[in-house]
Design a binder for this molecule. Structure first.
Ligand SMILES: *Cc1c(COP(=O)(O)O)cnc(C)c1O
Length: 411
């Protein structure tokens, strides 16, 4: 490593120490939550057993769902390998809760890119829109909810489901803080006690000591190749919250009349349990990697968000490069700094579900896993990289240093 870069790394490392102490505290708190849930549910080797076929009476699966519910502050949870991804879990949730003629209201502007086709913002013959389910959105004002517009709209009582997204997605806004989620739920409840409130919790789990359900949200959704899989779960997703809503979603995931009672686990229970067990620490490593990248790239003159010492609500770090060449070089550097496929060079491509070309650097054990160090970016103005993950801080830091070397070469 060049001397100048070594100096930068060392000075950053000193500056970020107090932030790491805070991250460690949250990690300890969440670890205690997980451990307690394991103990209260009497987890034993028998829960690692597998079922095939219909998957009736899978005690391990039921125990996993009880543990997730406990940890997330939910009445019930659906935690399944049959969820292909976060998008699939969100889709099951939306189709599970909404019926023809209903209206869904997004209160933080347009949701995550892959939901365009699900909602029908992007025409699709299988979208919610094709089932005559209406979509409305209220945009954020800066980084905050438009509380007044939200209150006025939900007061009319014709909205079935309010949705929000905790993490920034491919937007340049900040992630939603738990305080603001609480405030918006209170705003809605002042005028409407019946509307269901859902939060896309992808990338948010274990970043703080609480989850959106504790802020009054009714149902949350996430992916297990992100935070809660702890880098161990090879796929899967979850829906957690009010029992009644989880039940409706389960009938959509499997079939009406079957619900939660079926679903073979095919040997995955042990990975789900071990993944959740590791998750507080893996999320902490991801946060530390993000904090390191934030300070280092800020010192190199890039606009970063969040800044290193800002309170976080997700594991995503954005870095604005301003031109496509540097952005692509940075992502390619992350790939070079990864343990798997470090010799392949990612290029922007037309990914299913996304409108712009996207570059994805993910030299990961699990394909597409973004709790592992990964960096992706839609190739559009102002050319922002979305960096996240890091199974350990040491590997995360090494990957980020490699990416920095790769852009310094370019400059
Ligand atoms: C990743 C993500 C999704 C979609 O998850 P996939 O597993 O990639 O389908 C949805 N919402 C947010 C905020 C995400 O970060």
């Amino acid at each position: 490593m060049e001397k100048k870069l070594t100096e930068l790394v060392n000075s950053v490392q000193e500056e970020i120490k107090p932030v790491f102490e805070e991250i460690d505290k949250i990690c300890e708190y969440n670890s205690k939550k997980v451990l307690t849930a394991f103990q209260e549910n009497h987890v034993s080797e028998m829960h690692f057993n597998s079922t095939s076929g219909y998957g009736y009476g899978d005690v391990g699966r039921d125990t996993i769902e009880n543990i997730f519910a406990k940890v997330l502050g939910a009445e019930d949870a659906l935690v399944r390998a049959q969820f292909i991804s976060g998008t699939h879990a969100l889709t099951v949730c939306l189709f599970g809760l909404l019926r023809p003629g209903d209206t869904v209201l997004s209160i933080n502007g347009k949701p995550y890119d892959t939901l365009d086709s699900v909602i029908g913002i992007e025409e699709n013959p299988c979208s919610l829109k094709s089932y005559n389910i209406n979509y409305e959105q209220i945009d954020l004002i800066g980084n905050n909810f438009n509380y007044k517009a939200i209150e006025e709209r939900v007061a009319k009582k014709d909205i079935k489901l309010v949705i929000m997204q905790r993490s920034r997605g491919y937007d340049l806004r900040k992630s939603l803080s738990l305080e603001n989620i609480k405030k918006v739920v209170e705003t809605i409840r002042k005028v409407n006690l019946d509307v269901w409130i859902m939060c896309d919790n992808c990338y948010g789990e274990f970043v703080d000591t609480e989850e959106p359900l504790s802020m009054g949200v009714d149902v949350i959704v996430g992916s297990l190749i992100k935070n809660l899989g702890g880098g161990i779960a090879p796929n899967g997703g979850y829906i957690a919250g009010k029992k009644e809503l989880v039940e409706l979603c389960s009938q959509r995931l499997t079939a009406p009349g079957l619900g939660k009672e079926v679903g073979p686990t095919l040997g995955i229970n042990r990975s789900f349990l071990q993944g959740l067990f590791m998750a507080p620490s893996v999320v902490a490593s991801s946060l530390k990697t993000a904090v390191f990248a934030s300070r280092a790239l800020e010192k190199l003159g890039y606009v970063v968000e969040p800044s290193y010492n800002e309170k976080r609500s997700d594991i995503v770090q954005t870095i604005r490069f301003g031109n496509p060449e540097l952005l692509i070089k940075f992502c390619q550097g992350i790939q070079m700094g990864s343990p798997i496929d470090s010799n392949t060079i990612p290029e922007p491509w037309d990914m299913p579900g996304y409108t712009d070309k996207v570059i994805m650097a993910a030299g990961t054990f699990t394909a597409g896993s973004s709790i592992e160090l990964s960096c992706d970016a839609p190739i559009r103005e102002p050319f922002v990289a979305f960096l996240q993950g890091g199974l350990t801080y040491e590997y995360g830091k090494l990957g980020v240093i490699k990416a920095i070397e790769n852009i310094l070469k370019e400059k």
